[in-house]
Design a protein around this ligand. Structure first.
Ligand SMILES: [Zn+2]
Length: 128
């Protein structure tokens, strides 16, 4: 199992700028549908089991999104999901330090807005 590439750019996971270590231990789990066994996505969390919500890269998506656990359903049959093959991985985030880029970014949507948009997108996906 691999850590999704998007985990390296996710602001939800600890980065070397906030921790002294270069690596972060994360739990990586493949989330599958209990009804049709379809792979729903790959979850990445710093703690396991996840509480209330989970950071997951949905199949076909290139970004990690935080999704409420009760909203994490199979897009095909709407079945409940369960993590399989939970493994621990070291997330290495060895980006070259660019102090210009390290400054707070402006024009970035606040976390609550990103979550709101993700929820809206999820609802839109389910209605189609
Ligand atoms: Zn399913």
């Amino acid at each position: 199992m691999f850590i999704p590439e998007s985990a390296n750019s996710s602001t939800e996971l600890p980065s070397p700028t906030t921790t002294t270590r270069k690596t972060t231990a994360v739990f990586v789990a493949e989330v599958t549908c209990v009804m049709c066994s379809r792979l729903v996505g790959t979850a990445v969390e710093t703690h396991w089991p996840p509480v209330n919500s989970v950071l997951i890269q949905v199949e076909g998506s290139a970004v990690l999104r935080r999704i409420a656990l009760q909203q994490l359903r199979c897009p095909d049959c709407g079945g409940n999901t369960a993590p399989t093959e939970v493994t621990t991985r070291l997330l290495r985030r060895e980006r070259p330090i660019d102090w210009q880029q390290d400054q707070p970014r402006r024009g970035r949507p606040p976390t609550w807005l990103v979550a709101q948009r993700a929820t809206a997108r999820l609802r839109g996906d389910q209605s189609t």
